[in-house]
Write a protein of this length. Sequence first.
Length: 303
Amino acid sequence: MSTTYELTHLQALEAEAVHIFREVVATSPRPVLLFSGGKDSVVMLNLALKAFWPAPLPFPVMHIDTGHNFDEVIEYRDAVVDRLGVRLVVSSVQDDIDSGRVVEESGVGASRNRLQTAALLRGIADHGFGAVFGGARRDEEKARAKERVFSFRDEYGRWDPRNQRPELWNLYNGRHRKGEHIRVFPLSNWTELDIWRYIRDEAIELPSIYYAHRRSVVARDGMLLANTRFLTLSEHEEPVQMRVRFRTVGDATCTGCVESDARTPDEVVDEIAATRVTERGATRADDRISEAGMEDRKKEGYF
């Protein structure tokens, strides 16, 4: 008598991601996984480890370092890399500033976030990476909802939303010429709630700032920004102590937090299930540049 086994929703997402990792390693030269210590990249790393267990991870991880990071996230990144013994490649925005390849903004509202594009493209070119795993999800933002799982980039790192390859029946085409590469998004079909349910079910450790803690923050443009050493305050801004957590992690000058008492994955899952505001819409100042801001940056080579 045969037994029918049906995957749960999270098991199906996991299986899809594992298949994508294996497909890329089998068909693409020199893959790399973008790893910032943020929750999506942490889930990606755990999925990649599952995909190739018991063998070691067959590719390095790369962090595009703005130099304006949360201390807790960098400490977590280094601890994970040391524990797992994976190779970490760091491409630094500061190097591009020092060399004159990019110009840093100054004053209130200045951010290095957009400068990451140059560091990302330089890191890919310097190491000859042919495939780059990223943690973008389609539920995050309209431009990301347009993107395929395998996202083709030309020799300048540019993305053309009108010239994408079909992915019928989960068949992927990673072919590219020398100088070109593909971005690969194993979490494309995941939502923020899926990510947190997976973190809870798999008992995945995250940087502490993803859970409720007291912090000095500044209210700006409808957001709460952490009052770090990187943030330039206006004369009218007054820091206050609040109990907050971060839904997403990026450059400290443009990544906001939200008021929260959620101190465990279960509590975060309950909180996210009840919210009606996307994580980037609520906490990323750089996404508010214009209606098409993210799409324009992605065309230039952004994540």
